[in-house]
Ligand binder design. Structure first.
Ligand code: WTA
Length: 641
């Protein structure tokens, strides 16, 4: 048994058990009054008329919050703090090399944001225009995001680890006319050719008129005259005065592409006021934010965690946020803890995959650093196994720091299910309780609501302000993907167990999405990359258990007639996927098979493939619906396990 202290008593302003119960009740009984009160945390240009106008029913579908209100995100993240904390550090930049960094105050950040906004305006960008960002983790990346919000442009950030192909797809889908990138990125001592990747992406898609290039490494890059300009030079040429654009509450704020179980990644669309309120509130409440905190979320801004908890949530609260441009094992496995000590980090928010990887290297890397500044630890992105939780708590947190295991999704904008440090007794591996205003249910595969201690699929029966509003360019796909499996309810795609205390344990995806080191990948995407190879006839991809990554990628591949499976081809195919999508999508295992197990109607029986990938062939179960029963022997013959 673990000896874990119960939740400490609340500090003034923090949420204790009684507050939690009160807020849940208020949000349920009188949502309008509750959210009206919560919305006072933001500065509005014009007050809203209606709080909430929501229906999840297909025939009458709408999700609208704070209609009539006008607001600007950058003004909430910057201008309103200037009088009281203009000289406070907003962003501590920690580069790839240990000690390489900078501190940017709120006043300096405001100046940079206004300048970038004016550069964008000078290039003809305004309200509703899409801007694609392909950037390293540097303060000007946050400034570029805020600059878009200042003038009402919609940013679409593409993770710097994505390939030119993936970048081109995303630029094309949202029709960006302008791209902001850097000469190169730096990760773990290696250079990433960001600008060269943009050049190659732009050969594959049309419509981009301008590329702004940030100087990160000083590396040599080609500049296309008339299209490409250096951001620093352009910023020096414009004024630092740029009034914030009054935006309607439901105006689009950003697009972020994420993988689903079918088709291409979809552009998740978030809107202005609801998203901002949700991230501001959850940052304040879940991390129990205080003025003296140094908050470090290790996520990249290319993912939603970086959007919500590196940039918008912290800055909306006037916090000091760390932007980390490196990796946890460079220059050595003590990097996180050395940095925690050097920067005086009080709250650390990271992913189970990083915790597991560091745990393997031994306690010494951690214990040789003090970590005395830490007071709260967070986890996000995938289920945290109890062993990793216990190590995080005992070794990293010296048994003193509460852990918040926060469950949420790109679609939810911010945290939905999580412990609150002063209201929840710790429970290793459980995301515990829905936050106030979050109406969770567990249903069976037919949609019947399950009560008590049960396991099933997690749905949300009502809206919260931070909910995504649409899929960019395809509203029907939004409704189809999330609201038709269980009509009238939002389906998360996650499995979930509820225990006797009413605590929620997320068990992982129940659809064809796999979670590799906290990165979401659709099996369909990897399959289509594989079949695009001239020697591949067919492919099926499933997740497999992986000690560090949580899930690994296991690909079954059928070659075209006349092709032979060799180690060289196996390698080539892994590299092929890497090039098509990006390093995160590289298959961990590649299994050649003469054919795939299918039903008589031609549907691939993934259940069987999953069992093989898990090495659990004894549990394959019913195979009577297989069109070709001999396929199993053939498959197992080629099995690597
Ligand atoms: C998984 C990341 C268990 C889940 C914020 C979800 C988690 C998907 C947790 C969303 C957690 C995220 N416990 N599983 N604390 N947090 N997940 O869109 O399967 O990149 O559906 O958002 O990650 O991944 P996404």
């Amino acid at each position: 048994m673990l000896d874990i202290a119960p939740a400490p008593t609340a500090r003034p302003g923090g949420i204790d058990r009684a507050d939690y119960d009160r807020q849940c009740q208020a949000a349920l009984v009188s949502p309008d009054a509750y959210w009206r009160e919560q919305a006072t945390a933001l500065d509005w240009i014009r007050p809203f008329d209606t709080v909430k106008d929501v229906s999840f029913a297909a025939e009458d579908f709408r999700i609208r919050w704070f209609d009539g209100g006008q607001i600007n995100v950058s003004a909430n993240c910057l201008d309103r703090h200037l009088a009281t904390r203009g000289d406070q550090v907003a962003i501590i930049w920690e580069g790839d090399a240990s000690g390489e960094g900078a501190r940017i105050t709120y006043r300096e950040l405001h100046d940079r944001v206004c300048r970038i906004a004016n550069v964008l305006k000078a290039k003809g960008i305004g309200r509703g225009d899409r801007v694609t960002l392909y950037l390293p983790m540097v303060p000007d990346a946050a400034a570029a995001m805020l600059a878009c919000t200042r003038i009402g442009a919609i940013h679409s950030i593409v993770f710097g680890g994505f390939s030119p192909e993936a970048l081109a797809d995303r630029i094309r889908d949202c029709g960006s006319r302008l791209v902001i990138t850097a000469d190169e990125g730096c990760r773990g001592g290696r250079r990433i050719p960001l600008k060269a990747n943009v050049d190659s992406a732009l050969e594959r898609c049309e419509g981009v008129e301008h590329v702004l290039v940030l100087r990160r490494t000083g590396g040599d890059v080609g500049m296309t005259p008339g299209r490409d300009v250096w951001l620093d030079a352009a910023m020096a040429d414009v004024s630092a005065d740029c009034p914030p654009e009054p935006m309607e509450a439901e105006d689009p704020l950003f697009i972020l592409y994420t993988s689903g179980s079918t088709g291409k990644p979809k552009g998740v669309l978030h809107t202005t006021a609801g998203y901002l309120l949700w991230v501001a509130k959850t940052f304040r409440d879940v991390f129990d934010h205080r003025d003296s905190d140094v908050f470090w979320c290790t996520a990249d801004i290319g993912w939603v965690t970086g959007h919500s908890y590196v940039v918008y949530g912290p800055l909306a609260n006037g916090a000091t946020t760390v932007m980390f441009d490196g990796v946890p094992n460079y220059p050595d496995h003590g990097r996180l803890w050395e940095t925690v000590d050097r920067l005086g980090v009080t709250i650390l928010y990271t992913a189970p995959t990083a915790i597991r990887a560091l745990m393997r290297e031994g306690d010494d890397w951690v214990t040789r650093h003090s970590r005395a500044s830490l007071r709260l630890l967070g986890s996000v992105g995938e289920p945290i196994n109890p062993e990793a939780w216990a190590w995080y708590h005992r070794v990293v947190g010296d048994g003193r720091c509460p852990i918040v295991d926060t469950w949420w999704q790109t679609e939810t904008g911010g945290i939905l299910i999580s412990p609150l440090p002063h209201a929840t007794d710790p429970k290793p591996g459980a995301a515990t309780k829905p936050l106030p205003g979050v109406q969770a249910q567990i249903v069976d595969s037919e949609g019947a609501v399950l009560s008590g201690a049960v396991e099933g699929n997690l749905v949300l029966t009502d809206s919260w302000p931070g909910q995504m509003r649409s899929v960019w360019g395809d509203h029907d796909r939004f409704i189809q993907t999330y609201f038709t499996t269980y009509p009238g309810k939002y389906f998360t795609g996650d499995g979930c167990r509820r225990d006797d205390d009413g605590d929620y344990w997320i068990t992982g995806r129940v659809d064809d999405v796999i979670n590799v080191s906290g990165h979401r990948l659709g099996t369909a995407e990897i399959e289509s990359a594989l079949v695009a190879h001239p020697r591949v006839a067919e492919a099926a991809v499933v997740g497999m258990p992986h000690e560090v990554k949580g899930q690994g990628i296991y690909a079954f591949v059928t070659l075209r007639v006349g092709e032979t499976s060799t180690d060289a081809l196996q390698n080539e195919l892994r590299q092929w996927v890497r090039k098509q999508i990006g390093p995160v999508a590289t298959p961990d295992a590649l299994h050649f098979t003469p054919s795939l197990p299918k039903t008589r109607s031609g549907k691939i029986m993934r259940r069987i493939l999953r069992k093989i990938a898990e090495g659990d062939t004894a549990a394959i179960g019913d195979t009577s619906t297989l069109a070709d029963p001999t396929i199993l022997d053939k498959l197992l013959g080629g099995c690597k396990n």
